[in-house]
Design a protein around this ligand. Structure first.
Ligand code: NAP
Length: 310
């Protein structure tokens, strides 16, 4: 499908792309670059690519597809660095969780002779680094592409075909709309998880060992989300501020209503909401975006001395 794919950043997402592209022979050559020599060495040891360099300007040379797979805060510097080394007609894409910022950070630096098409696979885990990736990560998941005005349909078709080959269904969306949708489906839920785990950590009347010992399903599932990569999520909130603030405003209003319902023992309101939310989960499972298992699709390892261990 491509002669040379250059991946800049080789963590969970970059290494999953590398594995899937390799498994399915979608490129003749995979070139890998990342920030640290340590991660580059790990990628090489794992055999994720065909060539490796700490210098992104070297890996993009001759590439007909470049995918930036680093935290979005690093994009502008990467864009500036690679701009003068991109091949004529190359597609430059990314996997960042925020899209309007990515367009602002990259587009002004890229030469007119490349096709810039931002993307975001809606698939991930709380793990990071090159060891965390796996080829099936994108299977049956959505990938959103947010082409800018005037994008060449042929280049868009090629990138869409790649994501479909990786197992994803592709949706085309405006960058601003993407950021609003993802603020409520992903960014605010992460902020809530970071907050609730932080609150438990700050409680003085409950010891840390009690929080860990008695962590029931609810809290434990929040800790899984709150274990996500700190650098990546810092950048998401720094770059999708407006949409997150908007959704947080709505969230706080609804939370106040729930607080009132609890205070005034409004069981009817609570039950009505909980029934609606249960149905939303049902729809997500029916749409094939989640499993029915009570462990949210994780593998449960039951140890003899602790049957809650996951
Ligand atoms: P990750 O596992 O933490 O990997 C990040 C990679 O980017 C590492 O290889 C890191 O290099 C590299 N990197 C950081 N700064 C860099 C720089 N200045 N130049 C070059 N490489 C740099 O993160 P990830 O989960 O794969 O996330 C990557 C992107 O995918 C982010 O933009 C994120 O928003 C998006 N995304 C993530 C998920 C998810 O669930 N995790 C889902 C969809 C999209 P070193 O290790 O060498 O420092």
């Amino acid at each position: 499908m491509f002669e040379k794919i250059a991946l800049i950043g080789i963590g969970l997402i970059g290494s999953s792309i590398a594995r899937a592209v390799k498994d399915q022979h979608l490129a003749a050559h995979i070139a890998i670059s990342t920030r640290s020599q340590n991660t580059l060495d790990k990628a090489e040891k794992l055999g994720l690519g065909d060539s490796y360099s700490i210098d992104p300007t070297i890996v993009v040379k001759g590439a007909d597809l470049v995918i930036i797979c680093a935290p979005v805060g690093a994009y502008e510097a990467i864009g500036k660095a690679i701009a003068g080394h991109l091949s004529e007609g190359a597609i430059v894409s990314d996997v960042g969780s925020v899209k309007e910022h990515v367009v602002k950070a990259l587009k002004p630096h890229l030469p007119a002779h490349v096709h810039f098409i931002p993307g975001h696979p809606i698939s991930g885990t709380e793990n990071s680094g090159p060891e965390a990736g796996f080829a099936e990560l994108f299977d049956g998941k959505w990938c959103i592409l947010t082409p800018v005005a005037g994008t060449d349909p042929e280049a868009l078709g090629k990138l869409k075909a790649l994501w479909e080959a990786l197992g994803s269904d592709v949706e085309i969306m405006d960058a601003k709309h993407h950021d609003m949708v993802l603020a409520i489906t992903s960014h605010v839920p992460h902020l809530i998880a970071y907050n609730i785990v932080g609150t438990a950590d700050h409680l003085e009347s409950v010891t840390k060992s009690e929080v860990i010992k008695f962590s029931a399903g609810g809290f434990r599932d929040f800790t899984r989300i709150a274990a996500s990569d700190p650098e990546m999520w810092r950048d998401v909130f720094l770059t999708n501020r407006e949409a997150v603030m908007e959704m947080l405003g709505r969230f706080s209003e609804d939370l106040s209503m729930l607080q009132r319902a609890v205070r005034f023992r409004d069981g009817e309101m609570l039950e009505e909401l909980f029934t609606r939310t249960r149905n939303i989960r049902r729809s997500i499972i029916d749409a094939g975006q989640e499993t029915d298992a009570p462990d949210f699709g994780r593998h449960v390892v039951v140890h003899e001395d602790d049957e809650n261990q996951v």
